[in-house]
Design a binder for this molecule. Sequence first.
Ligand code: ZN
Ligand code: ZN
Length: 418
Amino acid sequence: MNASLHTAIDPVDPVRLDKLAEVAVKVGLQLQKGQDLVMTAPIAALPLVRLITRHAYMAGAGLVTTFYADEETTLARYAHAPDESFDKASGWLYDGMARAFEGGAARLAIAGDNPMLLSGQDPAKVARANKANSIAYKPALEHISNFDINWNICSYPNPSWAKLVFPDLPIAEAVGRLAEAIFAASRVNETDPIAAWAAHNAELRKRSGWLNGKRFSALHFTGPGTDLTVGLADGHEWHGGASTAKNGVTCNPNIPTEEVFTTPHALRVDGHVSSTKPLSHQGTLIDNIQVRFEGGRIVEAKASKGEEVLLKVLDTDEGARRLGEVALVPHSSPISASGVLFYNTLFDENASCHIALGQCYSKCFLDGASLTPDQIKAQGGNSSLIHIDWMIGSDKVDIDGIRADGAKVPVMRKGEWA
Ligand code: ZN
Ligand code: ZN
């Protein structure tokens, strides 16, 4: 046999990739008959885009429209574009997306970009481009953060991402290993992934139900480099797993997901906290973040890597220095147990307790759907152009719930549910 007749073996198992697509459509989105879908994806994720599109139409999708991003063309901008390019963003595209959501479309994003794509670029340009993009994206993002529509993020093992996660492996092997990690975390290795997701959602509901019953006024985190009190918003509500969007569809916004989360009080966060995993933010790695809060506001911040980008992010707007989310994840979560550092928030935030700077989720309030933005603000909900999760949990962190009368209740010990 001639060697040229051997076809290259695809390191991504097509059977489980198809299951991932089915889970994204049926569990992640719960796409409705006749509903349109707006999808964004890195161009490397084309095999998954095609399978999702197929499952979407089999589920009765009206129209599936996909927008692709390409790493080479992004880098070409940084290499050759005139300076004023970095204050531009495709507002017309995001306005169109917002119109699609207002018309009832669902939203799916495939993650998998190279987390370090822009690490060699001028941080000032990266920050300007990010800010312009955040401002332009706002009309569309609001429909997602307000949970007006069913939406989902899932991921594809892009080679440039796999190379970073498994730097010592040949590229095909790295992609294969990352694919395995994604499949395991997304529960598509189970014989019946849809049933496995139903059981997982029930477990997360139990956790959020327990926390909602306790009505803590604050959480107190202690660990190496961390002594942080996170006040919880008045009328906050814990969520986890599947939840119902304002359009009535019960979806799983993140695949995978292991977190239960709620809204902190924008004015009642005090103390200092250290990150426990590096954060990849729009192509830059920010590592060893250490910040100090006073009255809910970050008053000191440093990082051993990416500090310049971090400081620029904090200056995005007034709400960027305050918290919009606090989330609990046991250290023994399957993603954490895999021992893989993904450099991707969708995975790393589900391996560790985390907090998010910026915009809060209105659904994380009792009766959140009927609250006006002013009411949400009055109850302690933060607003910002950004929402950036970063990891503060480990097997060395303890968490207590603080009740209104000051009594402390153990919530987590050494990273596990107490
Ligand atoms: Zn989260
Ligand atoms: Zn978040």
